[in-house]
Design a protein around this ligand. Structure first.
Ligand SMILES: Nc1nc2c(ncn2[C@@H]2O[C@H](COP(=O)(O)OP(=O)(O)OP(=O)(O)O)[C@@H](O)[C@H]2O)c(=O)[nH]1
Ligand SMILES: [Mg+2]
Length: 429
């Protein structure tokens, strides 16, 4: 693996194509791409936008423009071109040949960041699989040979030695990684079943929205937080205490971004399934970001891809400590419901968020009255584990319990209470 040192930072030129006159949007996308490049340790020396209706099949930007890019790269002493849109393997090859430099697209950069960030075995396996699927059709890249000497963005992860091996070996590796992920997925499913009795709340949102900061604030944890993209790659799970309510589980997970590579979403399924299995989503939005609305759209798009867009969701408008125009919040809270405005970092209005969570969670909870004969009193301890016990009365022959039980635990309760002597009835109001 190669690390880019301060003295040997790669110099990148970013290229965006504006179709349908959406120039400002392309500029914003390039600004975000600049952040991504920076996260990879590259220095952005120029950002270039070309307006064109039709994408060129061979060079993406058209041959004339590509030749101009080759001259610019020379003048700016850049050694890397990064396109904001996905390039086909053929376009990448043609451009690299013409420009005589390494050419990457946004997906390649995101994969590189993930490869740098991956710490656990699961994350590493997922990233490697996504990278190999990305690299496979691009194996004949000119720079894969150069990469042995220069390294840099897009060449870490699977490692340069694997870039030399033929497609057959890479396919074998992909198959092995897929099997490994299947195994990890099964283990996750088993672990998830162990948590079935808990009401689970997952944090979702655009990268850098403040999900991990919120997890830390709500659970007094110390999860890694950084003002960089993709600080979190793994699903971190913590117990969350809410006043007058059963403990919940809060799940932090990988942030989303526009044009998230499909390979990556597919590979990260086992991590993302943690969010998919949750009972409630907290969709965290950085309302100070100029494009928070687009971010909401991107996140909703990924949720759709995961088929969980209809899950109960609370919108959490974050970073309000930095918000200039507070009026915006009133409008947002009306438009997106249920929602709440907070500052995770300053711990502002977290109580309101907890109230909302409790309200939504209560909707999926049933109240029951249980009559448990003393000879079955061992069941009582188990009920304390699963349910929120509202009251207990010890009678001469039985224990009378009034409890709140999450609907998903109803089956477990009814199995426990199959004994005819135990009686269940909906609690009277
Ligand atoms: N001003 C302000 N900054 C915040 C707030 N919440 C989080 N941040 C900052 O936003 C940055 C990103 O926070 P994270 O918690 O790492 O964001 P994340 O959503 O987990 O990001 P990824 O893991 O990359 O998806 C950090 O620099 C935080 O300190 C807030 O309420 N106000
Ligand atoms: Mg995070």
């Amino acid at each position: 693996m190669h690390e880019i040192t301060e003295t040997k930072k790669e110099r990148a030129i970013l290229v965006g194509v504006s179709r349908n006159g959406d120039l400002w949007q392309t500029e914003d996308h390039l600004d975000e791409l600049a952040l991504l490049a920076d996260t990879c340790g590259a220095v952005v020396v120029d950002q270039i936008i070309q307006e064109r209706q039709r994408i060129d099949a061979a060079y993406f930007v058209g041959k004339g423009k590509a030749e101009k890019l080759a001259r610019q790269v020379e003048e700016m002493d850049a050694n890397l071109l990064i396109f904001d849109d996905d390039l086909s393997p053929a376009q990448t090859r043609n451009l690299e040949k013409l420009v005589n430099r390494k050419v990457l697209d946004r997906s390649g950069v995101i994969l590189d960041i993930f490869a740098r960030r991956a710490k656990t075995r699961e994350a590493k396996t997922q990233v490697e699989l996504a990278q190999l699927n990305y690299l496979l059709p691009r194996l004949t890249r000119q720079w894969t040979h150069l990469s042995r000497q220069v390294g840099g963005i897009g060449t870490r992860g699977p490692g340069e030695t694997q870039l030399e091996v033929d497609r057959r070996l890479i396919r074998q590796r992909i198959a092995a990684l897929t099997r490994a992920l299947e195994k990890i997925k099964k283990q996750r499913t088993v672990r998830r079943q162990g948590r079935r009795d808990f009401y689970q709340v997952a944090l979702v949102g655009y990268t850098n929205a403040g999900k991990s900061t919120l997890l830390n604030a709500l659970t007094s944890s110390d999860v890694f937080v950084e003002d960089r993209l993709f600080a979190t790659l793994d699903a971190t799970i913590r117990r969350m205490k809410i006043a007058n309510f059963k403990d919940l589980l809060l799940i932090d997970t990988v942030g989303f971004i526009r044009k998230l590579p499909h390979n990556l979403v597919a590979s990260f399924m086992s991590t993302l399934e943690e969010a998919a299995a949750a009972d409630l989503l907290l969709h965290v939005v950085d309302v100070t970001h100029p494009h928070y609305r687009e971010h909401i759209g991107v996140v909703n798009g990924v949720l759709q891809e995961l088929h969980i867009e209809t899950k109960p969701t609370i919108f959490v408008f974050n970073k309000i400590d930095q918000l200039q125009h507070k009026k915006l919040l009133t409008a947002l809270e009306q438009e997106f419901q249920p929602s709440v405005s907070i500052s995770a970092a300053r711990q502002l209005f977290l109580g309101d968020l907890q109230d909302k969570v409790r309200a939504v969670a209560s909707l999926s909870v049933s109240e029951l009255e249980l009559l448990i004969p003393h000879e079955n009193s061992h069941v009582v301890a188990r009920i304390y584990d699963i349910a929120d016990v509202v009251s207990v009365t010890y009678g001469e022959h039985q224990v009378e319990m009034k409890v709140r039980i999450p609907n998903e635990c109803m089956q477990a309760i009814s199995q426990m209470l199959t004994d005819k002597l135990m009686c269940v009835s909906p609690a009277s109001p």
